[in-house]
Design a protein around this ligand. Sequence first.
Ligand code: ATP
Length: 339
Amino acid sequence: MSGSIEVRGLSRTFHTTVRRPGFLGGVRSLVNPERVAKEAVCDISFDVAPGELLALLGPNGAGKSTTIKMLTGILTPTAGEARVAGVVPYEERERNARNIGAVFGQRTQLWWDLPVRESFSILRDIYEVPKAEHAARLKEFDELLALSSFWDTRVRHLSLGQRVRSDMAAALLHDPPVVFLDEPTIGMDVVVKEQVREFLRHQVEERGRTVLLTTHDMTEVERLAERVVLINHGRLVLDGTLDEIRRKFGSTWQVRATLADPHTPVEPLPGITLLRREGPQVVFGPDGPTAPTVHQALKQVIERYEVTDIALDEAELEDVMRAAYVQSEVRVEDRAGGA
Ligand SMILES: Nc1ncnc2c1ncn2[C@@H]1O[C@H](COP(=O)(O)OP(=O)(O)OP(=O)(O)O)[C@@H](O)[C@H]1O
């Protein structure tokens, strides 16, 4: 099984009509609609190797879902090209559908009024999966996702976690080499999240599937991905392994201190920013180019506050990504200014 994803200069612009304000504006908009163009995805290129799990990250509205829609063949790009397992998805939608599985955490692809198992049988017929193969795969998925406790229930009566586990199985029943997951664990409790992550890891490591995952959950990224691509305002701003990104954007240190008096007011220190505060626990990080060395930082914190405990931590991925977003905002502004 081999499925690579190749994306070259992919762009998608949406044209929408805006309504002018007020009653007269509304009438004018009807007669002479004002059209605006939105570059949702702009000239992005990246590759995902067969058997790799890549996390596609970015703030709300960055263009992640639009990218996935082009790779699943739902949307046609306005420029550029993409190949998924060798197929141009928006030109050969049916051929592409056989090579991919897709799970959108926010909506189901199952038949709402049918029991889960019947949806699976319909999919078996659509994809012409031999019965024995289908049964074996269903058994494997049941072992990993514990589906049998609810697979005779109608989809409309499933809990969110049961529904997404069913969707996950449905997307993989035809054994596709490439899988797209758009926020698959959104809104799930930690136990089900962990079960789904374990399932995904198994699909990548044991079954060699290629996965493109979007998520806002940095724990998920750390647990599943080695490499991430970051997009912001539709543009690719970063492509690298988690280690590279940590080196580039991760603060070199984080100081976690426990205050003797949890009510002590805490302020940033010279070259040191306050990252988080939870009761007596405060976390400081370096603030820009004037940041002190870790030894000086420890000294400054101890001298300024009375602490009962102090420790040095690795920067959390959440903070690393925030730094990457902030720097990419600056670059996008530069580009807009220079245009
Ligand atoms: N069909 C559409 N028509 C017009 N604009 C659209 C359409 N679909 C998306 N957009 C716009 O394109 C931009 C990118 O949207 P997209 O849904 O790809 O972002 P996203 O990164 O998936 O965001 P989120 O994390 O919030 O899901 C947004 O500004 C959005 O409003």
